[in-house]
Design a protein around this ligand. Sequence first.
Ligand code: NAP
Length: 274
Amino acid sequence: MDEQSGAPDRSGIPALGLGTWQNDDPEECRESVRIALETGYRHIDTARMYGNETAVGRGIAAADVDRESVFLGTKLWTDELGYDDVFEATAESLGRLGTDYLDILYIHWPAGNYDPESTLAAFEELYQDGIIERIGVSNFEPRQLEAARDVLGAPISANQIEIHPLLPQRRLREYCRSVGIELVAYSPLAKGEVFGIDVLSAIAADHGVSEAQVSLAWLRQRGLAAIPKAAGGEHIRENWASLELELSDAELERIEVIGDERRLVDPDFAPNAW
Ligand code: NAP
């Protein structure tokens, strides 16, 4: 267990983090981050595209925790993946977040200006210089992961992808496990759609918990980190309490085979392998 977060240690990536996409109001975003950290979260996920890095930085500064105990990640957008742009954008994000290093920096999508050789050369330099502690990618399929691994001297620590009970991503999970890349599950509550899934409702009722907690426990027990977005203290604390929920093997399997395939984040620049 990671002593700081009370969550299972996953090579330093705390199993439960706070997502911040669409947490657009600066006051609310700052408060969400502060409340999460004071609840026990030690993993905060943002992105340059979310437009809230300054508020996230203020939330970290306002919380009664050391920056060093927080696993902080941001992501570069598709139009800032040229070699020089990577350094410029990262420096700007560090300023907004009020920190001099990132625990992980992700390539948000393998699209736009992304070029495995030049983009990853810049990421590798940031990594060698200690500006970023881990190189992350997001929305990469095995094909893009292979190409990236071919040119990178440093390891890819994590791939952040959409995973929830309506999109269990078994093939990608298996691939990432085989090459030692951690998975960080985004939209782990299927953007709220977990509340309409009968299997989850039945398991939740048996344990006296919510469908959100069941979904998060399933991800954790499958060895995946998850970053649910929650704006208010109630949801933030409810999701944190999922760390206490233990599902049986039979329950995990019932969730695994729900069988629907619903991808909720599917922009037209997504990898065409999908
Ligand atoms: P999500 O976490 O699956 O769902 C968020 C929604 O669920 C919000 O409407 C939230 O409401 C609600 N919610 C949270 N906890 C709840 C609870 N206990 N009970 C009832 N409702 C609850 O969706 P997401 O925001 O798409 O994904 C999470 C994070 O993943 C994002 O914030 C972002 O950091 C990351 N992400 C990354 C990518 C990528 O391309 N890398 C793409 C999408 C998302 P409230 O806000 O009102 O609490």
